[in-house]
Structure formats: C-alpha cells, structure tokens
Design a protein. Sequence first.
Length: 454
Amino acid sequence: MPGAGANQFGRLARSANSVPPLHRLAGIAVVLVALTLVTPFAFEAGGDNAFIALTILAGLLTIVATRLAERAPPERALWLVFGIGILLRAYVLLFDPLLSSDIYRYVWDGRVQAAGINPYRYFPAHEALAFLRDGTIFPHINRADFAVTIYPPVAQFFFLIVTWIGESVTIMRLALLGCESVTVALIMLLLRRMNRPVTRVTAYLWHPLPLWEIANSGHIDALMVALMLLGLWIALTRHALRGAVLITFAALVKPIAAPVLAGIWRPWDLKMPFVVIAAAALCYLPYLSLGWGVLGFLTKGYLVEEGIRDGNGLWLLSLWRLVFGEHQGDVVVYVVLAALVLLFKGFFVARSSDRTIASTLADINMLLLLALLLLAPKYPWYFLVITPFTALCGSLPNWVVSIGALLLSEQLDWDFFIPRMVTKSILFGGLLLAWAFTAWRARMKRTADVGLPP
C-alpha cells in the first residue's frame, strides 16, 4: 500500500509537470483573484489575523507564479501578469483603506499648503485651521489633536500637486498608482539590461504587500520607490549626479531610501555629497520659516511612539536586553553601532570593483535589508522599499522579508494581539536564517565548482 501511494503521488506530480507553465500560471492567477476578493470581507469578519493569513498565502503563491512566469512564453505571460495586476488593484481601490488612515493626512497637508500655510506649523485640530475642516477628510486624520505633519518636503510637494487636481482619497491613491506604474516600467527596463526575463515583474505586480499598501491604503512609499528606481536607472546609465539628485528626492519622501546613494557613489567623487546636500537644502527652503520645526512630528513624538528613543522598538537591542538586561545609555550605543555598520557596509559597496548592474542592485538590496533589520520598523509599508528587488534580485531574503512584513499588520491592535517582539522575531529571525542559508548554498556551489570537499 505505501508503494502504491508513492506511485500514485508520482503519477500526479508527472501529470502536473506536463501542464504548460502558462496554464499553471493562469491557475495561480485564479486562486490569487479569489483570495483577494474575499480578503476585505474576511478582514471585516475575522480581523487582521484573517487578513494576515490570506495575504501571506497570496505571497507564497506569488513566489510560485514568478518561477512559472519565467518559463512561460513571455508575451502571453505578460498579458496575463499585467491583466491580473491591474484587476487586483482596481478591486482593492473600491474599498476604503483597511489598514491605515495615513492617506487622509496626505490630503490634509495638501489642502493646508494650498491655503498658503506651512504644513509644519499647526496640528490639524488647531483652531487656526478650523476653516479647512470638513466631514470627509478631517475626521479620519490620525493624531489630529497633537501632531504636526512628519512627512518631508518632497512628499509635501506631491501632496500639494495632487490636491490641486482633487482633494479626495481616491485621487491620491490614483496618483500613487501612477507612481507605481513608473516603478513597474523601471523594473522591466532593469531586467532587460541584465538580460533577465521581464516576466519576473510578476514578483512585484502580484505581490500582496504593494497591492494592499499602495492600491488600498495609499502609502506615499510608492512615490519614494519610483524616485529611487528612477534615480538608480539614470545613475546606472552613467549620469550619477542626476541619479543622486532623484535618490535624494526619494529620501525626502521616506529617509529609508538614503542608503541607496552608496550604490552609485565613489569614495573619490567629492561632487556627489555636495549635490545631495544642495538638493536637500533647496527642497527644505520653502518651509524654513519654522527653522527646526520643519522636522515636524519626527522630533516631537514619533521617535517615542516607534520605540526608538527608549529602544523597545529596536529588535536587536530588545534581544540583547532579554539576555543581558537593560543598561543606561544602551540606546545611544546601539544607534552609534548601527550607524557605523551601515556606513561601513555603504563604504564597502561604494568601493566595490564589480560595477555591473546586477552586482550594484544586489549590493543596494543588501544595504536596504540591513537598514530594515537595524531600524526594525513596526509597520508593513516601510518594507515597500525592497519589493522591487523581489523581481530584480529574487533572493530568498527578499521574499522572506517582503512577505513576512505582512505579519506586522497585527500591530494595529484590531484583533487578537500577538506581542510585537514575537512578530518581529519571526520576521527578522527569518531574514537572518535566509541570509545564513543563502551563504551556505553559495559556499557549497563554490566548493562544487572547484571540486574540493566542503
């Protein structure tokens, strides 16, 4: 009987392998569509844990779909991949943001600027802004009664431009989807330059993280990723200074993009640091009437909320404290060491002699993963910065982190709460294991190539 069962399994496996990759890809597409269709209703009925379960399953299916797309006829596969990607985004756009209310602040900041007021001056509930309140945007703004905006100037420029077109959540999300279309185009251009299958764009278009955090929640990270990739593309086509300006703009949307500059800088290039500083200064210039107030809520509460000032939000430091206990000044020591690690890794990348596009993107990918590990954000949308690299690099650490980031949706406290330390340990512990496995596999491959015992 066991032998008969094994034979039956073998026949099923051979039968599955005989199905053309495009047909199997279409089958996965049907399942992904079904999962996405039920996710908003599962979230309403079962809370964020139901959302996490469904989206992580969708992420795992996306890994399989990406492999199949590489083996399918490119033109027909791309029609399917883009068709499903657009369909999923159109569907989730129909629902109000499920996981975050940040987008209401975006519209509000644009409205405040259109009224000629510095967005860093007042928190939304301040009486000076009472004439701007409405029943659609204002009631949904988080931290409205105490926090001025935290978003840097390039994000503010974007908010202003979009709200000139229309002051609605839908228009803001459509603008961010426009940014995402730039990201997708650049992913495909970079894949072509590396002579890799453009169908690997499936890894981005079908990935649940950008689907829900951009098309539904409408996070400004979409603009950051588009500017980052555009800057990289320009820099990699031998216009490094122009690329550096755009990457600086990306960092002035979300600072997590800043490590990317190391990938295009050379230690002997003294022009780039001055160009970066000048670009940043010019962007802040329109808001400098408040002096240091342009740093907004960052210095007035955000570092406390995120557990950075007390160290409780820093995963590696929290692990250290579990073993060795808490000590005075350990947060300062951790921050200094983390900065030194990033600087050392960034300098190593900048000095690298292998400057092919593939190696540069791999180095940048590693830098971003390292920055996320050291910073340990508690919100899933911070991890959007690495989602393009699931298509460009396709490494195991990328998949682990980008899919594992969905676990952080639990932190919204709308359902049974899993301690933050547990979810972060699964996420970042998975990253460390993925790095270790990748290093071991590379070592085994090198050993096999030279014919030596491991």
